[in-house]
Write a protein that binds this ligand. Structure first.
Ligand SMILES: O=P(O)(O)OC[C@@]1(O)O[C@H](CO)[C@@H](O)[C@@H]1O
Length: 306
């Protein structure tokens, strides 16, 4: 079983508008609603790839009920909280496909709710083959939360991927996760360097065993203890990138669970991320594109392992 953690689950709402203009009223032409938050997206993609998946984290209120009702293909081990789960709104400009994201902060989590989660997490980790810790922290959850969750997974000998940002990422990295998957902004914020290859090496020195940075349409750059690679899609593709990074995380974990080497992990991650951008629904991947892309992702070695 692969365990994904979404401490700040969301009901993701996507609005499509003919053209997005600040200060204007807009007619929404299309609305979709689905369970979101990065770990739930990772879990959905892993389940679609045929893995057994358990999802945990927090859900509450009417939004939490909707999130739970709409979860399919995964084991639900979400922990209830009194406050309502958040909504996120992605507004897609139909002319350009550009997406503007509005993310609510999430419910206030009490100390008792956090303690209840830690108990559930400890039990689930013991039976997991890999763990993904994903997304922002809701109010009330300690800023060092991911560092503690990384340490629990490491103590159980379970590989752990961390995908978050800011101070929770900084502290989480120091707890030595097996993989971090920042985007270029998150990596620059962590390391102070805007040169991705240099920054990935720097993030490894801070504690991450492997760093896989997503560079948007250019694909991924990875620094690991086995080598450094770039992995790129065959062409620059336009579409809604929401959830593409989560699909990349799912690809990394799926290939890791199957014991595949790094270049194959990166190929799967880029093919899934690209197939997610190509999917009409945000956060889903287009299976035909995914299978076709697997043979067309270019992986190049950067230098030998440092
Ligand atoms: O606020 P966070 O937790 O950083 O990100 C939340 C979020 O924008 O990320 C996903 C896409 O990666 C969406 O499903 C989700 O709503």
């Amino acid at each position: 079983m692969i365990l994904t953690v979404t401490l700040n689950a969301a009901l993701d709402i996507t609005y499509r508008v003919p053209a997005l203009r600040p200060h204007a009223a807009h007619r929404v032409t299309d609305v979709t609603e689905r369970p979101g938050g990065k770990g739930l997206n990772v879990g959905r993609v892993l389940a679609a790839l045929g893995h057994d998946v358990t999802v945990t984290g927090f859900v509450g209120g009417g939004t939490g009920r909707l999130i739970r009702e709409r979860l399919t293909g995964v084991e639900d081990a979400l922990v209830p909280v009194a406050g309502p789960s958040r909504r996120t709104v992605a507004v897609v400009d139909a002319r350009t496909g550009d997406t503007t994201q509005l993310n609510e902060p999430g419910p206030l989590v009490t100390a008792a709710e956090w303690a209840a989660f830690l108990g559930v997490y400890g039990e689930l980790v013991a039976g997991a083959e890999a763990v993904a810790l994903c997304g922002s922290l809701p109010p009330g959850v300690p800023v060092g939360a991911y560092a503690g969750l990384v340490r629990t997974a490491r103590a159980a000998g379970v590989p752990v991927l961390l995908d978050t940002s800011g101070e929770p990422l900084r502290r989480g990295v120091a707890a030595r996760p097996d993989i971090i998957k920042p985007n270029s902004d998150e990596l620059a914020e962590l390391t102070g360097s805007h040169e991705p290859l240099k920054a990935t090496q720097d993030a490894r020195r801070r504690g991450a065993r492997a760093v896989v940075a997503s560079l948007g349409a250019e694909g991924l750059v990875a620094a690991t203890d086995e080598g450094r690679w770039r992995a790129a899609p065959p062409a620059r593709l336009r579409g809604n990138p929401t959830g593409a990074g989560d699909s990349a995380s799912a690809g990394l974990l799926s290939a890791l669970a199957e014991g595949l080497p790094w270049p194959a992990r990166l190929t799967r991650a880029v093919a899934l991320a690209t197939a997610t951008v190509l999917s009409p629904t945000a956060g889903d991947f287009d299976r035909t594109s995914y299978e076709e892309l697997l043979g067309r992702v270019g992986v190049t070695t950067e230098v030998t392992a440092a």
